[in-house]
Design a protein around this ligand. Structure first.
Ligand SMILES: [Ca+2]
Ligand SMILES: [Ca+2]
Ligand SMILES: [Ca+2]
Length: 174
């Protein structure tokens, strides 16, 4: 009887219409607050532009926060094969400041740290899909075949206009 009373009290405290048996307090099935992050630039063939901590000239992409508030990347995922693969997790606890950029290595070197994901970008072109914590596709870019050391990015940052460009890793696109 005491157990039943406790459950009743807990449900009453939640105050909403969430009548399922999980422990979160919303009914959307996730913890996404609607914040937007964008894929801003990518380099699929990196010969000389920038190397990672291991000295590898690996593939990378850049995220950009177009919002007025910071965005926490916990729970966000990204994939180069939305239909076929489990998406790779972006670094939990990483925070993008308003207007901020973050470089993520797509190098299939996950042992090199949380900024290294388990896939690479094809120089022949493919599609990158960015997914929010509740499973919503927030951004997707289909990029073309790219020459070495030529990136593909939004011009300017956050715009809907994509073009090949001189790489600007973790800095504003030119
Ligand atoms: Ca590549
Ligand atoms: Ca690497
Ligand atoms: Ca850039």
């Amino acid at each position: 009887m005491r157990h039943l009373l406790l459950i009743t009290a807990l449900v009453a405290c939640k105050g909403g219409t969430d009548t399922d048996t999980d422990t979160d307090t919303d009914t959307s099935g996730g913890n996404w607050d609607g914040s937007v992050v964008l894929i801003n630039e990518l380099l699929a063939v990196n010969d000389t532009i920038i190397s990672d901590e291991a000295g590898d000239f690996d593939d990378w992409f850049e995220l950009y926060n177009p919002e007025d508030a910071e965005v926490d990347l916990t729970g966000w995922t990204i994939t180069d094969d939305y239909a076929g693969k489990v998406p790779a997790p972006l670094p939990a606890g990483a925070v993008l400041q308003p207007g901020g950029h973050l470089l993520i290595w797509a190098d299939d070197d996950t042992e090199q740290g949380v900024l290294h994901l388990g896939f690479k970008l094809s120089g022949s072109g493919e599609t990158l899909t960015l997914i929010s914590p509740d499973g919503t596709v927030v951004d997707e870019v289909e990029f073309p075949a790219l020459d070495p050391d030529v990136s593909y990015g939004r011009s300017p940052d956050g715009s809907d206009s994509w073009t090949t460009m001189t790489p600007t890793p973790e800095a504003a696109n030119e």
